[in-house]
Design a protein around this ligand. Structure first.
Ligand code: ATP
Ligand code: MG
Length: 252
């Protein structure tokens, strides 16, 4: 596939003896939204965590095959994981702002990466909050605790915090599952805007959400990638009967 920013080649992951990913081959195009769907325990989060090497820390994890980010193997022993996570950021299921001010949450990553200048930090904070569609709501409250804002605002703040270090890929593991429909719609609108510049990979249990926001959808089942196609094709005319059974609610 031309323009693939991430390429998985025969990717396998074992947790001890249990094989959680089986020969995953998947090319993810840049500047698009890819949704990963499938029943609980099928390996969605495991796959997402592989992409920024969040599984490495766990004992007993064994990974084979390769995972290429812009053509380089991110499991290469020489890979700088801190730098990788700057380029491939992650937003989690539950909003997890740090217990500090709104401003400091967004400035956190840039500061770690060496930005000290106040006016430079100010402009990164403003830009990131604007990109996350939060600036107008929060510009008067930058010194307030991030824990004092609503859950939906906290999740957009976590997206702003992720954007502040200018990643290329944003991984989202069920980013809206703790949110109400209005906050969810805001996150979805935001994703549509962000895909102009970023590659987004979202795990979701909500098939309507996958159908609404994504360009491509991958269906996982018991650690296998069963079907991966344009979202419209996968939902309207799936090739595999197991995909059809899942999306029509016959199992899962
Ligand atoms: N740290 C771990 N140690 C051992 N096994 C794990 C670990 N994390 C996940 N697993 C197992 O790997 C399999 C895939 O889990 P994973 O969390 O990737 O599923 P998922 O598709 O994200 O599920 P859900 O939709 O419930 O979040 C499951 O059988 C799970 O129990
Ligand atoms: Mg999961």
């Amino acid at each position: 596939m031309g323009g693939a920013i991430i390429q998985s080649r025969d990717l396998n992951l074992h947790y001890g003896k249990a094989r959680a990913l089986k020969n995953i081959n998947m090319d993810i195009p840049e500047r698009s939204i890819t949704a990963i769907i499938g029943p609980s325990g099928c390996g969605k989060s495991t796959y997402l965590r592989c992409l920024n090497r969040m599984n490495d820390l766990l004992p007993e994890v064994r990974i084979t095959g390769s995972l290429l980010f812009k053509g380089r193997n991110i499991y290469d022993p020489g890979e700088d994981v801190v730098e990788l996570r700057k380029q491939i950021g992650m937003v989690f299921q539950k909003p997890n702002p740090f217990p500090m001010s709104i401003y400091d949450n967004v400035a956190y990553g840039p500061r770690i990466h060496g930005v000290k200048n106040k006016s430079e930090l100010d402009s990164i904070v403003e830009k990131s909050l604007r990109q996350a569609a939060l600036w107008d709501e929060l510009k008067g409250r930058l010194r307030d605790s991030a824990l004092s804002i609503s859950g939906g605002q906290q999740q957009r703040l976590c997206i702003a915090r992720c954007l502040a270090v200018e990643p290329e890929v944003i991984l989202m593991d069920e980013p809206a599952s703790a949110l109400d429909p209005i906050a969810t719609a805001k996150i979805e609108d935001l994703m549509r805007e962000l895909k102009e510049k970023y590659t987004i990979i979202i795990v979701t249990h909500n098939m309507q959400q996958a159908a609404r926001v994504s360009d491509r959808t991958a269906f996982f089942l018991m650690g296998e990638l069963i079907e991966y196609d344009y979202t419209k094709k996968l939902f309207e005319n799936p090739t595999n009967r197991r995909t059809e059974d899942y999306i029509t609610g016959r199992f899962g």
